[in-house]
Design a protein around this ligand. Structure first.
Ligand SMILES: *Cc1c(COP(=O)(O)O)cnc(C)c1O
Length: 380
């Protein structure tokens, strides 16, 4: 029996090998490794894809989020409202600028930020709202934008897992004031190294982020702000330029695979299949089910972990995003959140299981996932 990986980047490279190798070799021959025409061209292509006048490329999704907060001069004494059910980077950047992350609970069906909870958490210190479009599905941008506008707060979208996702037909990263993207290899648009980008409609914010990204300077050796070095290198830009042309096609394949999973897994007891709101076009960075608990929640033991182990023994590799929500991470112990305080995030962390998902996953493999899951659930 073949092992099924959670994702397989090799299958994609095999198809694009000639095109990507050529693009990389052209950069090597150009001797323009940092900045230059390849990076500028990718920034134009990505801005045009997202539909914003400005795109600033940078070294990672984490840096994109950090630069966004710097654009608003957010710092000590300020609060930024975000999700506890996301990758650490989303909250980390809030701490990096010296502000305090305020975690509010998620909607159980989509795992995304709950707008009602966001509204309740706004204080005079709140400086921004950072929704995360988790697993490829947009957060409820209609409600979040209404709340943000009512309080004159900017929305910084964490689009790291959702390049190409839409809400009411509008692509994420163009809805709030700033969109932050990651090109980490496992994302829907992934490079062959680290990379990130920021999109915005606002010229003033774009200018500020460009300056901070490059040592606080416009050019030369006059430095007007405390900056950093966060550049996308030309080799990554060349690879991303090629891959961007395939992104919509891959996202459609992911949607077809998700539909197929929905059919194959429908009616299996003991699991809950993912929900997508009618306004959302998910790009399925993950296909994440819940392994539900028959008995009352016991935080010492998760049935999901037993199911995951059982799947592994049958050659199906699954992932847990995320086993510990951010409000209970050791790094945030000083914020004093208690277990059960954000009950939906706590429960999700015990139940979620992400099944293999990538555009090249075959029907035969999906059927093996179904058979294995059915078998394992019988005895877990
Ligand atoms: C991957 C990811 C990031 C960070 O991106 P990097 O490029 O790895 O720095 C931020 N937020 C979310 C939700 C992510 O999934």
């Amino acid at each position: 029996m073949k092992t099924i990986p959670p994702l397989d980047l090799g299958r994609q490279y095999q198809v694009l090998q000639d095109e990507i190798n050529q693009a990389v070799l052209a950069v090597l021959a150009s001797c323009q490794y940092i900045g230059g025409p390849t990076v500028a061209q990718f920034e134009r292509s990505f801005a045009s894809y997202i539909g914003t006048p400005y795109c600033i490329s940078c070294n990672s999704g984490t840096d994109a989020l950090y630069l966004a907060l710097r654009a608003y001069d957010i710092g000590p004494g300020d609060e930024v409202i975000t999700s506890p059910f996301t990758f650490i980077a989303t909250a980390e950047v809030i701490s990096m600028v010296g502000a305090t992350p305020v975690f509010v609970d998620i909607v159980p069906q989509t795992f995304n930020l709950d707008p009602q909870q966001v509204a309740k958490a706004i204080t005079t210190r709140t400086k921004a709202i950072m929704p995360v479009h988790l697993f490829g599905q947009s957060a409820d941008m209609t409600q979040l934008m209404a709340i943000a506008q009512a309080h004159s707060l900017p929305i910084v979208e964490d689009c790291a897992q959702a390049t190409g996702a839409r809400w009411n037909g509008q692509i994420v990263g163009s809805i709030g004031e700033i969109g932050c993207f990651s090109f980490y290899p496992s994302k829907n648009l992934g490079g062959y190294g680290d990379g990130g980008a920021i999109t915005t409609h606002r010229a003033d914010l774009a200018e500020k982020m460009r300056i901070v990204r490059d040592h606080g300077r416009q050019s030369g050796y006059i430095h007007e702000a405390v900056g950093m070095n966060s550049r996308l290198d030309a080799i990554q830009a060349a690879i991303l330029e090629v891959k961007l042309r395939y992104l919509e096609g891959w996202n459609i394949q992911r949607q077809a695979i998700a539909q197929q999973y929905n059919q194959l897994l429908n009616g299996i007891p003991g699991i809950v299949l993912p929900s997508v709101w009618k306004e959302a076009d998910s790009v399925w960075n993950q296909y994440t089910i819940r392994v539900t608990h028959a008995e009352a929640l016991d935080y010492r033991e998760s049935r999901r972990d037993r199911v995951r182990q059982g799947l592994l023994e049958k050659g199906v590799q699954s992932m847990v995003y995320y086993p510990l929500p951010l409000h209970r991470q050791p790094v945030y112990a000083s914020l004093n959140y208690q277990i059960g305080q954000l009950p939906m995030a706590d429960k999700a962390a015990l139940e979620v299981l992400s099944l293999p998902m990538f555009p090249e996953l075959t029907l035969v493999e999906q059927e093996q996932v179904r058979t294995s899951l059915k078998d394992v659930l019988l005895c877990c």
